[in-house]
Write a protein that binds this ligand. Structure first.
Ligand code: 5GP
Ligand code: MG
Length: 178
């Protein structure tokens, strides 16, 4: 068990389970995408650990970029607008492969897919280490590669934080209720 701030978490997915899932993903990506010269795009902050391990498990060489999504309230009535920081590469005609730590509601990804498609990507694939299928709010969202499906409970470790801390734990921990 670990404690972060005011909360206690219990071990949920071990390092070796994580690595097994990553090697499976890497093999699938080689079979499906190697010939398309894909550009990997990892979403900061959470995906930095996953991206580092996946790139080293990948049996082929490929470029990787790191981006941040930023939400802000626009001056118009449109409400929350999302922009992407750090995508300096021209992605026109490219196969872009998004690396995400976890998909919850799917809001983040939905917006990002739209933005990358608008920038002219030939295709956009999504690789997520974790997904909470019960939390998904976009039925039309296609997540092409999922490492491990988990229940709708808060997890930390392996890049994932609770209020800024916990990203450095090698295993994944689940919030302990009471
Ligand atoms: P979505 O837009 O799919 O609802 O949320 C995706 C983002 O929310 C993830 O990239 C991650 O930053 C955060 N998130 C969702 N579920 C969890 C969780 O269980 N633990 C942590 N630490 N972050 C989460
Ligand atoms: Mg994230």
């Amino acid at each position: 068990m670990i404690t972060i701030h005011d909360k206690t978490f219990q071990l949920y997915i071990s390092q070796s389970e994580i690595q097994t899932a990553i090697h499976k993903l890497a093999t699938q990506l080689e079979v499906d995408l190697k010939d398309q010269n894909p550009l990997f795009v990892a979403i900061l902050n959470g995906a930095f650990v996953f991206a580092a391990d996946l790139m080293r498990a990948l049996p082929f060489d490929a470029p990787i970029n790191f981006i941040k999504t930023q939400s802000y309230v626009g001056t118009t009535s449109s409400g929350t607008v999302q922009t992407v920081l750090g995508l300096n590469e021209n992605i026109e005609g490219r196969t872009v492969v998004i690396l995400e730590d976890i998909i919850d509601t799917g809001h983040t990804l939905k917006k990002l897919l739209q933005i990358l498609t608008d920038k002219g990507a030939a295709s956009v694939k999504v690789v997520a280490l974790l997904q909470k299928p019960d939390a998904l709010q976009h039925n039309d969202l296609e997540v092409d590669y999922i490492g491990i499906e988990i229940p709708n409970k808060f997890v930390v470790g392996y890049g994932l934080d609770y209020d800024g801390l916990g990203r450095g734990f090698a295993d994944i921990y689940q919030l302990k209720e009471n």
